[in-house]
Design a binder for this molecule. Structure first.
Ligand code: P6P
Length: 341
């Protein structure tokens, strides 16, 4: 029998006691995210048994085919969160505009940004996927909240994290006091604390990038990847490629083993593909709290002030020394040319 079973809810209540001004809203918000994650996990894990795989027949603002499970996750999160009286609104990768709290429900002091189910291309083939969440305090003067409450820099996040639906379902989060990991015990139906004070190694074995786009890369990207692969002069092996195609899965592996994930800007899209609010900023908060780094190639992801909800950004994230190596190649190219991303 595990000695001290620490559930998600008990953990948040204990954390709340450290902050006397905490009114329990924050604890309730994180606990409800955990509940939604349990329901999504159940649906993802039995997806092949029900009529919930495949395309939903709609295309999102990103121009991507929406999967049925994407819609399920989006609806589950919104319906779990919208009536709590804790949020003043939400923004989602799957929704074009700001999600207002219905007039019939009270509003609260927080705003939630989310990617309900990240890794859509992997959903139907049983490869790990994830949910990403990011929480801000309400800042707008609008009585019931508006998009400005979601359009905040990553450095203003009060909490962020993700759920990985993999060989086990894990919830990883930070509220600015270290990174904690919880593993879902399907028998209990509870997330149990499994990792405290997670730290990302300073350097890792793996680099994650879609090498299929090599012909579009700016020179710095090619030069860095060639450097990463090359065995060090002192002997040993170069880095190995690990790329799942689900950001949450690639980030999670690198968080524990060390390594770097790169979705760069390139000659076709200088801002890359990933979304600042729903993917880059929340993972940047986790990475920095674990001792890692996250940059767009010029500035820290956490310092970028978003201008629109679906803003994209290049993302270089992971072990501090590996990210610093990549930045060195960017600086070399910046000194030679005007464009770089
Ligand atoms: P590509 C999934 O659609 C996603 O947003 C991330 O989870 C993932 O890292 C990336 O796109 C994969 O994109 O262009 O390599 O298929």
């Amino acid at each position: 029998m595990q000695k001290n079973i620490m559930t998600l809810e008990r953990h948040f209540l204990e954390q709340q006691r450290k902050f006397p001004l905490a009114r329990g809203e924050f604890t309730k918000l994180l606990t409800e995210i955990g509940f939604a994650a349990k329901v999504i996990s159940r649906e993802v894990n039995r997806a092949g048994l029900g009529n919930i795989l495949g395309d939903a027949g709609v295309v999102n603002i990103q121009g991507e085919e929406v999967k049925k499970l994407d819609l399920m996750a989006q609806k589950m999160l919104v319906s779990t969160m919208d009536h709590l009286g804790i949020l003043c609104g939400m923004a989602s990768e799957e929704e074009d505009t700001f999600i207002e709290i219905p007039d019939s429900f009270p509003t609260g002091s927080y705003a939630l940004n989310m990617d309900p189910l990240d890794g859509s291309s992997n959903i139907d083939v049983n490869v790990s996927i994830g949910t990403i969440f990011s929480i801000h305090r309400k800042i707008s003067d609008c009585p019931r909240g508006d998009a400005a409450d979601c359009l905040q820099a990553g450095s203003k996040q009060v909490a962020a994290g993700y759920v990985l639906y993999g060989s086990s379902t894990m919830l990883i989060y930070t509220s600015g006091h270290g990174v904690y990991g919880f593993t879902l015990d399907p028998c209990l139906g509870e997330f149990l604390l499994s990792h405290e004070a997670i730290r990302i190694p300073g350097r890792g074995r793996y680099y994650s990038i879609n090498e299929g786009y090599a012909d579009r890369w700016f020179p710095w990207t090619r030069n860095y990847i060639n450097h990463a692969k090359k065995p060090p002069e002192a002997g040993g092996r170069g880095m190995s490629l690990r790329y799942v195609g689900s950001l949450v899965a690639d980030f999670h592996r690198n968080l524990f083993t060390g390594g770097i994930f790169i979705y760069p800007g390139d000659t076709r899209a200088d801002k890359g593909k990933l979304r600042l609010l729903f993917e880059a900023a929340p993972l940047a908060f986790v990475a920095e709290q674990a001792g890692g780094r996250a940059t767009d190639g010029r500035v820290n992801i956490m310092d970028i002030q978003p201008e629109n909800l679906h803003q994209r950004t290049p993302l270089i994230i992971g072990s501090a020394d590996d990210v610093d190596d990549a930045l060195r190649f960017i600086r070399e190219e910046t000194n030679e040319t005007s464009h770089v991303r």
